[in-house]
Design a protein around this ligand. Structure first.
Ligand code: FAD
Length: 292
């Protein structure tokens, strides 16, 4: 099912993101993760493509397993590492697998490369990929950055550039992780004032161990509020306590977002079924109530 159709039925969606195995030997583990997460009844599940050094080859295969488990799949696809020719063959594979939703991304530039060496001119930015995918009939999403994309000169420029994707026809946007909901609320206000009224899914990353904070800041440049820093400082040496506090923090963020009318919650699951299960337990009645 297309996410645009799900959005017509649901007031607020819940979705999870997983990544493919870094090593082929772990393929079945990731399939089990996907199936277990699917049993929590998300509205859709997304699977990354080549992010953070994962293999690109398994995105379609895992998306197919998600579909077989009864959950709509959103496959990520990047300009980085692709040409128009290789994109055509990826599109064919995705169609054959029954995938109807694609998150169109420029992609992370591999270490030691530049954006010019990692992409071709006709696939330098996500909007060019969106144009190709819309012509092929897919429901297409794009990434957006409440705190601005690290390469953008400023947040205003970033929203101007976001418009290229919007004009190319994206059906929805998924945000980069953020830990302060006010960052999202002011961003949504700025999108509205620039005439961007698309559904936005809020990307929530549960921080369940203190090392994760450093990695996530490096990856996303996200602002870490004092409250989360204190949690990490206080419970860094006690894994079960840190896990519990991190789940509570993510739950609190999600409840606030739902209360303020966000269109979708997208949990960066990091392939951790237990963490997502606990968060879902914390919000299941709330989700039922808002979709009533
Ligand atoms: P773009 O939209 O191309 O934007 C990149 C930069 O260029 C921004 O600074 C933007 O302001 C600017 N820009 C955009 N369009 C234009 C234009 N037409 N002309 C000039 N400047 C422009 N990476 C992966 O490798 N695999 C994944 O699976 C993956 N999944 C992700 C999922 C989400 C929800 C998010 C938020 C990110 C994900 N990423 C993934 C990371 C993403 O690829 C990087 O953040 C990348 O640096 C930018 O991708 P983009 O699609 O936003 O690029």
């Amino acid at each position: 099912m297309k996410i645009s159709e799900i959005l017509q039925k649901k007031k607020i969606t819940l979705s999870f993101e997983i990544f493919p195995p870094k090593q082929q030997a772990n393929f079945n583990n990731v399939v089990n993760t996907a199936v277990n997460l699917s049993s929590l009844n998300p509205d859709f599940m997304s699977i990354t493509y080549g992010a953070g050094g994962t293999t690109r080859g398994n995105t379609v295969e895992i998306a197919q397993k998600i579909l077989e488990s009864g959950t709509p799949a959103l496959a990520h696809l990047t300009c980085v590492g692709n040409t128009e020719e290789s994109i055509k063959s990826d599109i064919q594979k995705m169609k054959t697998a029954g995938i109807q939703n694609i998150l169109a991304l420029r992609g992370d530039v591999p270490q030691g490369q530049t954006i010019e060496s990692a992409t071709t001119e006709s696939l330098r930015h996500a909007d060019q990929l969106v144009t190709i995918l819309k012509k092929e009939g897919f429901c297409v999403g794009g990434a957006c950055y409440p705190e601005g994309h690290p390469e953008s000169a400023n947040r205003a420029d970033d929203i101007e550039n976001l418009k290229y994707k919007v004009d190319a026809g994206v059906d929805f946007l998924t945000t980069q992780m953020f830990f302060d909901n006010n960052m999202l609320y002011s961003y949504l206000y700025r999108l509205q004032s620039k005439g961007i009224h698309l559904p936005v899914f809020a990307g929530i990353m549960p921080i369940v161990n203190s090392n994760q904070v450093e990695r996530m800041v490096k990856l996303s440049s996200a602002y870490i509020p004092e409250k989360l820093l204190s949690i990490c400082d206080r419970f860094a040496d006690n894994a079960p306590a840190m896990r519990q506090a991190g789940i509570a923090y993510a739950t609190d963020q999600i409840i606030d977002l739902i209360s303020n009318g966000i269109r979708g919650i997208h949990i960066y699951a990091m392939n951790k079924v237990d963490v997502v299960t606990d968060i879902v337990k914390n919000i299941d009645r709330i989700m039922e109530a808002v979709n009533d």
